[in-house]
Design a protein around this ligand. Structure first.
Ligand code: GLN
Length: 486
């Protein structure tokens, strides 16, 4: 059911306010756990929230998301619930407060349900770096749903929840959305508060929705976007609501096609879908403009310096002392730190902390971090130049279709390259929306293809409008083939 139908059913009294969420909890416990997408479903906190929601509805409150179950990535705080970030070191940690986005969702009548699996501390592109086991793609369970928000994307694709929250530092909402045939938005940096999101790369992190349809993602965006004084980088710019203009014409819209996002290095089937979508938009009156983002080839090295530098600082707080799991056999303070972090943090997280610490260390700072920051400026200027010619950009999200579980786990560099077309948006701070463009057959099974729309800062409403046109052109949201999960 779409969010609209769900809310209408509650509003008209056809269904009880909590029934969709209880259904979702059951589905998360069954199909969701089978996929390795679910870390926890807390029925007690859900029951309490349903009670509160019922009394608010009885009191006559008009709630735009009344009774909508929302799955939550395990790095976004929900009071009293698990907040492990897919890490051993936080396995026992419970959130003491709600993230800003959770406050907003609850105020709008939504019901957070389920803690969703993720790469440890959001570091990864396959959800295989979770301390609690890998997550599978519901389209083909031998393949990855992408990462790091793989759990969020998998449960939306599997139909357990209509929508889930993810976080995106270098592609972690968009790559999983592309791999699972769902819609995912990485908002403009500063558009959605990071308060209550466990920090990875603070200058890159954004929270956003993963949903079945463009309209559902827009509804969630409209609720979570906006100023919050508890995030110093939250923007005061007025929010243009995405839903009201969603179906407006895109005639006259200039669609830039960045050469680097349709290059021959991509899977040709993905490139063909970009071309097909572009022709659809052209038929609707949009103008296609070839553009270039010439520094794209530096996005990966730049991202992996900036992100690891910030992570090495942010993750210093996870010492197993203030919160989380403490090793039992340490007999002095230093041993305690070393053991807690040595045992509590996984291999990829340790690699990133070491990389980031190295890039920031004296003698190397200028050669790595400082240079990466200069290239970051060049990447942002690429976008400025492209947006002087185009209103939005259209291209691929990933160079490949969803790859197999285990395929890239022994080669971190190959895994990093999965983000080649997504990391630039985080480095430049611009918004990007992923929309499915049908499926292609691989080994006789349909696998989804997701296209990426990028826009200038604060152009989310425009991205949703273009996304809606693409969704229509490809005949509505994708549905998993019957029996896919049997
Ligand atoms: N896959 C990228 C990484 O491993 C991006 C992760 C993310 O966006 N959180 O860092």
């Amino acid at each position: 059911m779409s969010i609209d139908e769900l809310v209408n059913n509650v509003r008209t009294g056809r269904t009880r306010a909590g029934s969709a969420a209880v259904h979702a909890a059951d589905a998360l416990d069954a199909a969701g756990r089978q996929l390795g997408a679910v870390l926890d479903v807390n029925r007690e906190t859900l029951a309490q929230r349903i009670q509160t929601l019922e009394s608010r509805l009885k009191a006559g409150e008009e709630l735009p998301l009344a009774g909508v179950p929302v799955g939550i990535k395990d790095n976004i705080a929900v009071t009293g619930e698990r907040l492990s970030c897919g890490s051993r070191i936080l396995e026992t940690h419970r959130a003491p407060y709600n993230a800003h986005v959770i406050e907003r969702l609850i105020a709008a009548g939504a019901l957070p349900v389920g803690r969703l699996n993720m790469d440890e501390f959001a570091m990864g592109s396959s959800t295989e770096n979770s301390a609690f086991g890998p997550c599978k793609n519901p389209w083909d369970t031998t393949r990855t749903p992408g990462g790091s928000s793989g759990g969020s994307a998998a449960v939306v694709a599997a139909g357990c929840v209509p929508v889930a929250l993810g976080s995106d530092t270098g592609g972690s909402i968009r790559q999983p959305a592309a791999f699972t045939g769902t819609v995912g938005l990485k908002p403009t940096y500063g558009r959605v508060s990071r308060f209550g999101l466990v920090a990875f790369g603070s200058s890159l992190d954004q929270i956003g929705p993963i949903a079945r349809s463009v309209a559902d993602a827009a509804r969630i965006y409209d609720v979570i976007a906006g100023r919050d004084q508890r995030d110093a980088t939250s923007s005061a710019e007025a929010v243009e609501a995405a839903l009201p203009g969603l179906d407006d014409s895109i005639a006259g819209m200039r669609i830039g096609i960045p050469a680097e996002y349709v290059s021959d290095a991509l899977d040709p089937r993905i490139k063909a879908r970009v071309d097909e979508a572009a022709r659809h938009l052209e038929a609707l009156g949009a103008k296609l403009v070839p553009v270039s983002l010439p520094h794209t080839k530096y996005a990966i090295p730049t991202y992996y310096i900036v992100a690891t530098a910030e992570a090495s600082s942010n993750l210093a707080r996870h010492d197993g002392i203030h919160q989380g799991v403490r090793a039992k056999d340490a007999n002095d303070l230093l041993a305690c730190y070393l053991k807690n972090r040595g045992q509590g943090l996984g291999k990829e997280v340790q690699r990133r902390i070491l990389l980031g610490t190295f890039c920031l260390s004296s003698g190397y700072y200028e050669a790595y971090y400082d240079r990466a920051m200069r290239v970051r400026t060049l990447l942002a200027r690429d976008f400025d130049a492209a947006f002087s010619q185009a209103d939005v950009l259209l291209g691929a999200t990933t160079p490949t279709l969803p790859f197999r579980l285990g395929e890239k786990t022994s080669d971190p560099l190959q895994m990093y390259l999965a983000d080649i077309l997504t990391a630039s948006a985080n480095l430049a701070g611009v918004p990007a929306l992923v929309v499915p463009a049908g499926t292609v057959l691989e080994d006789n099974r349909p696998l989804p293809v997701g296209l990426q729309l990028l826009g200038p800062a604060f152009s989310e409403a425009r991205l949703f409008r273009a996304g809606q046109a693409i969704e229509r052109a490809f005949k509505g949201p994708l549905t998993l083939p019957a029996g896919a999960l049997a």
